[in-house]
Ligand binder design. Structure first.
Ligand SMILES: N[C@@H](CCC(=O)N[C@@H](CS)C(=O)NCC(=O)O)C(=O)O
Length: 228
């Protein structure tokens, strides 16, 4: 049995959950919070981060490694293009969302708005939030807008890059932020469409109690996922 460790509102844990749902895999979720981990967590997670998965006695960390493993063990429906250039582009956009969009925008906003005040009992650094919103975000959202089509990100087929993008944008919205549709119209439309993709909507509906319990702004995400 596939077991996914990590609280489902985590960007990278959600990515693996959606990949599993898309591939119709049965799984259990252990909602580990990395800032308050269970005993022995360092043995399961070499980086201390979530997600980790286990399949019986096989353990694997990192959402990209896990997603690639799920793709190889359960090829259909494919989440990675077969054609070399499309595949490389999907891997690049997955990586850009997992690292740059997450580290430079979403994680910092989440850290300052949620983790510091609610988990670490530390004050929010408003200057850090302003710097993200005025300096990092325009660069990152601008790049993503330049890569968007009016369909899916790569080869007009739903895949891993779309999942990685949606997982980040969901948390951005959970914090009460919205995509400026005048500046990033394709990105905004893509977010709304992706929240209504069946596997993403299922994951979002399942995580709503956790998100609500943490006081996150579930309004738009909830209403988009509920349409499916
Ligand atoms: N490259 C990793 C990144 C995982 C990651 O950054 N996870 C975050 C939650 S979304 C985490 O565990 N943060 C806690 C920490 O940095 O200690 C992956 O794709 O799984």
């Amino acid at each position: 049995m596939l077991k996914i460790y990590g609280v489902p509102i985590s960007v990278h844990t959600r990515k693996v959950i959606i990949a599993a749902i898309e591939k119709k895999l049965a799984f259990e979720n252990d909602p580990v919070i990395p800032f308050n981990p269970p005993a022995g967590w360092d043995k399961l997670s070499p980086t201390g981060k979530i997600p980790v998965v286990t399949v019986d006695d096989f353990e694997l960390a990192d959402s990209s490694v896990i997603s690639a493993y799920l793709e190889q063990t359960h090829p259909e429906p494919a989440l990675y293009p077969r054609e070399a250039k499309d595949r490389a582009r999907a891997l690049w956009l997955e990586e850009y969302c997992d690292s740059t969009l997450f580290r430079e925008v979403v994680h910092g906003l989440f850290f300052q708005n949620v983790i510091r005040p609610k988990i670490l009992q530390q004050p929010t650094d408003r200057a850090a939030i302003d710097a993200i919103l005025t300096q990092a975000l325009p660069k990152v959202f601008g790049y993503l807008e330049s890569q968007m089509t009016d369909g899916y990100l790569v080869g007009n087929r739903f895949g891993i890059a779309d999942i990685a993008l949606a997982c980040n944008l969901v948390n951005y919205h959970y914090l009460g932020y919205r995509i400026d549709a005048a500046r990033y119209p394709k990105l905004e439309r893509s977010f709304k469409r992706l929240c209504q993709h069946p596997s993403i909507a299922t994951a979002l509906r399942t995580e709503q109690p956790v998100a609500k319990n943490m006081g996150l702004d579930i309004g738009i995400v909830d209403s988009l996922a509920a349409r499916v």
